[in-house]
Design a protein around this ligand. Structure first.
Ligand code: ZN
Length: 294
């Protein structure tokens, strides 16, 4: 999964958020306030914003948007990779979602955060892992999480898994747009639960994107986003993705963020549903929510 030579990504799509002086603790400033805020969050399950007042967010060094990137940068720099992957996902779903479901694609917000961030689903920290918040239709990713990922899975495996995770979170956005979040009962767990079905469908939708990424052209440059994915790369991405399943990566901070249910299906199921999408499956084929067998 390598971005094609000649690719150029305009940037301005992925907002940088959080940080020590970002959304959480802004206006109070200083590490002590953040510690208090996080303690408060852990102890009460409420958002630190409740005690810190509204966030003003001035002077946070990490604020702004991820800027322009070349394909070369997207292949080496995690911020650029996220930004370029999001561009690719936008183009793919803007075409595919209306085609297959009649629903117009609305771009989700994407926030790359550090340390801690306030969201429509409550406060999150780096320990939460990447997630999608349906309430504010935003994908949140903490790039320091990916440092762990690449050190754990090696330089080559890391980027593949990163894009897989981003595509999985976009899958949840697509589910949300299709009204499936409202229909699913995500409170339950277990192998037949809606929670598992929602996760497997997101894997399948991620597979759809991955299977088409090499033929989806960037309208700005006419260059296909990604080079074709080799079998070895695919296996590596899948094994990494299975290994960093949401169960592992979403260590709850004790806050009120509950972006995902805890049960996400077995690794075997996840790989299989990804493959259904990857091998030419449609949104209908990916509909694990209504599937008789998982
Ligand atoms: Zn998920």
């Amino acid at each position: 999964m390598t971005f094609s030579e000649g690719g150029q990504f305009e940037g301005g799509r992925v907002r940088k958020g959080g940080g020590r002086r970002g959304a959480v603790g802004a206006g109070v400033g200083g590490g002590a306030a953040l510690v208090i805020a996080l303690l408060y969050m852990v102890l009460t399950g409420n958002s630190p914003a409740d005690i810190l007042g509204t966030t003003t967010d001035s002077g946070g060094g990490e604020q702004g948007y991820i800027g322009e990137c070349t394909a070369e940068q997207a292949n080496t720099d995690p911020e650029c990779r996220l930004s370029a992957a999001v561009d690719s996902l936008d183009v793919y779903w803007a075409e595919t979602l209306p085609q297959q479901s009649g629903v117009e694609y609305e771009m989700p917000e994407v926030v790359s955060f550090t340390d801690a961030v306030d969201t429509g689903c409550g406060s999150a920290t780096s320990a939460t892992g990447p997630f999608y918040c349906p309430a504010d239709t935003t994908v949140y990713e903490d790039l320091s999480f990916y440092d762990q990922l690449s050190s754990q899975f090696g330089a080559e495996g890391g980027p593949l898994a990163e894009m897989y995770v981003t595509a999985h979170e976009f899958g949840h956005h697509i589910e949300n747009q299709l009204g499936l979040f409202e229909r699913a009962d995500r409170s339950g767990t277990g192998p037949e639960s809606d929670s598992v079905r929602i996760e497997l469908m997101a894997d399948c939708l991620a597979g759809m994107w991955a299977g088409n990424a090499a033929t989806t052209e960037d309208p700005d440059t006419g260059v296909p986003f990604l080079e074709p994915i080799s079998q070895a790369q695919l296996e590596q991405a899948l094994s990494a993705a299975a290994a960093v399943g949401d169960d592992n990566i979403q260590r709850r901070s004790g806050g009120d963020v509950n972006p995902e249910a805890f049960s996400h299906g077995s690794s075997e199921q996840r790989v299989r549903w990804f493959s259904i999408g990857y091998e030419g499956g449609t949104i209908q084929d990916c509909n694990a929510l209504d599937a008789r067998t998982l």
